[in-house]
Design a protein. Structure first.
Length: 534
């Protein structure tokens, strides 16, 4: 008999704390078609698709809250914080449409102000999402770079149109697109091919732009969440990855989910449960038993025809233990999975006042970058890798409360600060002893451009790589379950189906990679349905 869900509150209402639908003993008595290990957004998407196909699905989440890195926490009274994932731009339209996410309350607002970048000399630029307005800014800042900016933007558009058309030909919907497929689609377009597979981010901007200050405005977009320097080959593809979204008729645009990013996961949870999936939180899995099911931390065994791991691949290896296939273990361990980012959340008494444009209200309604020079990028990456905190951090800032006051108390604001590079492990001290110092370094990196910092800051939360690992279980604190440089993407991403009997992956380590996408879970579900649950 299927387990009743009547006692559970909706995931949205409880901020992902759905608890147990029944005692663990009763869950263990039932034989399941599929058990999904981990209740992150991809695991929940996978559960929804399998349940929609009529399968008996159980999602087991170790934490008391669903969502993984895409969740919401009331970090301080009245503040609904998106502690890790803080912005939505790559959630796949097919997942939204097929699962009717809008009917469940998904509401997305694009950050139409684009990207504001202040520079140390007091100048600044607003790179609007609107091409005409952006061109005006570039003409004012560096007139000779207007044509280059057009050409740079057009290369991105051509690559996106070729690889990610708004049709079933979108390569993100393929199981494992090969390099040959990519080259075939970009045949005769060497610039687009270089963008997707070869160029460093420095190569990319230098190919099109002359003004070095303007070049520096874009460099951080090639290393988001990536343990590499923008001087390293392949980092331009990271920019392509993050610019290839097609949300609600827009291309390459990021924005805010009403209520916070965890709303994506909670909607997926609620619709999965309505489709028949069973969700359980506070139930850690101790072992994956290929071909049998899973063993819980309490010793209970739950049998299933298929097990789908939403945990990162190294965590999956630990759960497999000696049952891990050696030919699979080697490539998993070869994927770099050491985080280099810090997420700082600031509760503000007032909006930041940027010295370069103190009267502009549009600054706060888009993305803000505090840049590094090429020399700083080159020096600071190895410094952090060696365990030292660089003198400055590159920061990417978003202020959701300017669009969505529901997430803060009246008169307050929340600023998400995504910054790098930071050490995963300090050469001297530890994250416990130096966490506040890292937060102050991030604030100082912003405050050189903001006249009311740090005075406007009321509260601060700092999550370094070890904190991210401890909070959401991402090994190494790597936000994408492993690097997303070209050598680890496309056909080199881990397959949904593993060599172990009836064991699958559905997380960010699979194609198409990291971020809040959902299609990883969808594609994995289709793979399971084609192979194990026919």
């Amino acid at each position: 008999m299927p387990v009743s869900h009547s006692a559970q509150s909706t995931a949205r209402a409880s901020l992902g704390r759905v608890g147990l639908p029944a005692p663990v003993r009763l869950l263990a008595e039932q034989h399941w078609d599929a058990v999904i290990v981990g209740g992150g957004h991809n695991g929940l998407a996978c559960a929804a698709y399998l349940a929609r196909a009529g399968k008996q699905v159980l999602v087991l989440e170790a934490r008391e809250r669903l969502g993984g890195a895409c969740t919401i926490e009331e970090t301080w009274p009245g503040y609904r914080v998106s502690p890790c994932a803080y912005l939505c731009g790559l959630l796949h339209p097919v997942v939204i449409d097929e699962l009717r996410m809008v009917d469940y309350g998904l509401h997305w607002t694009p950050a139409t102000s684009g990207m504001f970048v202040p520079f140390d000399d007091g100048s600044s630029i607003q790179l609007w999402e609107d091409d005409a307005r952006c061109e005006e800014e570039i003409r004012r800042f560096s007139p000779r770079d207007v044509a280059g900016w057009r050409a740079m933007s057009d290369t991105m558009r051509r690559a996106r149109a070729a690889l990610r058309p708004p049709t079933d030909e979108d390569l993100w919907l393929c199981r494992h697109p090969t390099r040959q497929q990519i080259e075939d689609r970009l045949k005769g377009d060497p610039e687009a091919l270089n963008l997707v597979l070869k160029w460093s981010m420095v190569d990319y901007v230098e190919e099109y732009l002359h003004n070095e200050t303007l070049q520096s405005a874009f460099l951080g977009q090639g290393v988001i969440g990536t343990n590499a320097s923008p001087h390293d080959p392949g980092t331009a593809s990271v920019n392509f990855h993050h610019s290839s979204g097609r949300l609600f008729g827009t291309t390459g645009t990021w924005g805010y989910v009403r209520g916070g990013m965890g709303t994506v996961s909670f909607i997926l949870a609620d619709l999965a449960r309505d489709l028949g999936a069973t969700l359980a939180t506070g139930v850690p899995v101790a072992r994956i038993l290929p071909g049998e099911g899973v063993e819980l931390a309490g010793g209970e065994r739950i049998s299933a025809r298929a097990v789908i791991s939403n945990a990162d691949p190294r965590a999956t290896l630990r759960l497999l233990g000696d049952a891990a296939d050696a030919t699979w273990r080697a490539p998993v361990e070869a994927i770099p999975q050491q985080g280099c980012t810090v997420k700082v959340t600031l509760a503000l008494t007032e909006l930041p006042i940027f010295t370069a444009r103190p009267e502009s209200e549009q600054i706060h309604r888009g993305q803000i970058n505090t840049p590094l020079t090429k020399e700083e990028w080159k020096a600071y990456h190895p410094l952090a890798q060696a365990g030292h905190l660089p003198p400055r951090l590159w920061t990417e800032l978003y202020i959701q409360s300017t669009f969505d006051p529901s997430i803060v108390p009246a008169g307050r604001h929340l600023m998400s600060v995504f910054a790098q590079y930071v050490p995963h492990t300090f050469a001297e001290g530890s994250w416990d002893s130096r966490r506040d110092e890292v937060g102050e370094r991030a604030i100082a990196s912003i405050a050189r451009h903001v006249r009311n910092f740090p005075d406007a800051i009321e509260r601060m939360e700092v999550l370094g790589p070890p904190d991210i690992e401890a909070k959401v279980g991402l090994s190494g604190g790597h936000i994408f379950q492993g690097e997303i440089l070209p050598e680890y993407l496309w056909e080199n991403r881990l397959a949904y189906r593993t060599p172990m009997e009836q064991l699958y992956l559905c997380g960010a380590a699979t194609h198409p990679g990291g971020s809040v996408i959902g299609v990883n879970g969808r594609n994995a579900a289709l793979e399971v349905l084609a192979n194990s649950l026919v």
